[in-house]
Design a protein around this ligand. Structure first.
Ligand SMILES: Nc1ncnc2c1ncn2[C@@H]1O[C@H](COP(=O)(O)OP(=O)(O)O)[C@@H](O)[C@H]1O
Ligand SMILES: O=C(CO)[C@@H](O)[C@H](O)COP(=O)(O)O
Length: 468
């Protein structure tokens, strides 16, 4: 019998990636990608265009699943038409609405207990409230609210609108602990009722594509990565994409009233406590642009500077920040002198800033009871050698770097293989080969200087002050 093939899609912030794998062991037999437009809102048709460009491989698959960027608000009218471009997770305009919702519905502790998370601007619920306040006609037309992966799955042929517990847990109106929607919360945000998609069971087949492949429910991109890596308890993943995320699988739901840790669900029936920053790989892009270097050149420049970047410290909240919740922040660079103004120091300050921000994220997970035994580094930014090499000294732990691959898309492919097999658990695929990075010493001074800037700079770094 011919080898069965499965395809996984990662429709993330910057691009669509597709992998085609053998269903039996996950070996990759084909890959493709296509870019998305830049920005913090996007018409879903642009994701579909990218999927079609990257997706010729899909039609060779016996099963398909889509993982995508979390939280994006896809509002549909009674005819299923998109009401306005999707507001994405990294759009901070809904920050005041998030704050108002937290207060109106009983405060941060109530939100954490009921929804697993305290909403910030990124959450779908905050975006619905923004639309209700600023575009009442669009809110009035909205009959359904989907997430990016739900919308793509519907276009690929799901039997009606469907999501999974992983992505549902990022809406702000679904309870991970109870596994139910909270229609009162959705109504309070939008000012009227709207239909959310059905939440499929893990591993469920939810439809058939036009070429006859089985369709799995899909999930959010971070849940996809967890599935692609085959995460075990004690593994903490640091993902460096447009967002920086730190997450781990857990058997019990999280409920952090500080709002630093989001208490998400995963794609297998467990939970996925997660910290997300708004600034990650693009910190390196900004430093590359400032120094006139390519990303590879930046990676060579950074280790050529001493630890501490000659006294330069960067607070990397370039596009506002989500953790900590400072939607109006800008970046702050301190310690600049004529003596230390070198490209090497600037490159190192950027890499150290990215890693300090991720180290903070790991601390937030630990404060919620996550005990890291292994730290894994993935995402586009982890392709940079300087990030890998400097990570252990800033994080204070050895770092495992799985071979560069599209782990979100691989997780979606594994979910597709699961739906195809119809088994209670996902198929066992071998873990990816990985390289261990260690450090001779831990750079505690670098983290201390970063923490001091983080804790004193909020007023310095707001966009309001810069007249943005
Ligand atoms: N060699 C590299 N060094 C540093 N950053 C890189 C490298 N290759 C890609 N990147 C960065 O990775 C990012 C894309 O990563 P990805 O995980 O695909 O993001 P997303 O999932 O948000 O679309 C880009 O911002 C790009 O600059
Ligand atoms: O909002 C979150 C997690 O809560 C982000 O992690 C998005 O899911 C986007 O991810 P990338 O495109 O950066 O991978």
């Amino acid at each position: 019998m011919a080898e069965r093939l499965v395809a996984g899609v990662d429709s993330s912030t910057q691009s669509t990636k597709v992998v085609l794998c053998r269903a039996s062991d996950g070996a990759v037999v084909g890959e493709a990608s296509a870019p998305h437009p830049d920005g913090t809102e996007c018409h879903p048709d642009r994701w579909w265009d990218a999927l079609r460009r990257a997706g010729a491989l899909l039609e060779r698959a016996d099963a398909v699943a889509v993982a995508a960027q979390q939280h994006g608000m896809v509002a549909l009218d009674a005819d299923g038409e998109v009401v306005r471009p999707a507001l994405l997770w990294n759009d901070t305009r809904s920050a005041p609405q998030a704050r108002a919702l937290v207060e109106e519905l009983g405060g941060a502790r109530v939100w954490a207990e009921q929804t697993g998370s305290v909403p910030v601007a990124s959450f779908t619920v905050s975006k619905l409230r923004w639309m209700a306040e600023h575009e009442p006609e669009n809110a009035r037309r909205t009959e359904r609210v989907l997430l990016p992966h739900d919308w793509l799955t519907l276009r690929l042929g799901s039997d009606g609108p469907v999501t999974d517990r992983g992505d549902a847990s990022g809406t702000g109106y679904w309870s991970p602990a109870e596994g139910v929607y909270l229609p009162d919360v959705l109504r309070a945000a939008l000012g009227r009722d709207a239909e959310p998609p059905r939440v499929a069971s893990p591993g469920e087949r939810v439809g058939t594509t036009p070429w006859g492949a089985a369709l799995a429910a899909g999930t959010g991109d971070n849940m996809g990565a967890a599935l692609g890596l085959g995460l075990r308890p004690g593994d903490v993943v640091l993902s460096i994409g447009t967002s920086g995320t730190a997450f781990a699988v857990a058997d019990a739901p999280a409920a952090d009233p500080s709002g630093l840790v989001a208490g998400f669900a995963d794609a297998t029936g467990r939970f996925l406590p997660l910290v997300c920053t708004l600034n990650a790989a693009r910190i390196l892009e900004a430093a590359a642009s400032l120094t006139g270097a390519t990303l590879d050149e930046l990676s060579a420049l950074a280790p050529a500077a001493e630890p501490g970047a000659g006294g330069l410290t960067l607070l990397p909240y370039l596009d506002g920040e989500r953790t900590p919740d400072r939607p109006d922040a800008t970046g702050v660079l301190t310690g600049l002198t004529t003596a230390n103004a070198t490209r090497e120091n600037m490159a190192r300050a950027a890499v150290e800033a990215l890693l300090c921000s991720l180290a903070d994220a790991v601390d937030h997970l630990a404060a919620q009871g996550v005990r890291p035994r292994r730290t894994l580094l993935i995402g586009g930014g982890a392709r940079g050698e300087a990030v890998r090499a400097l990570a252990p000294a800033i994080l204070g732990t050895p770092v495992t770097v799985p071979e560069p691959a599209e782990y979100v898309a691989l997780g979606a492919a594994r979910q597709a293989a699961w739906a195809l097999a119809g088994t209670p658990d996902p198929p066992d695929w071998p873990p990816p080969p990985a390289t261990e990075y260690t450090a001779d010493r831990v750079e505690t001074d670098v983290r201390a200087r970063y923490a001091a800037l983080r804790d004193t700079a909020p007023a310095l770094g707001t966009a309001a002050e810069q007249g943005r």
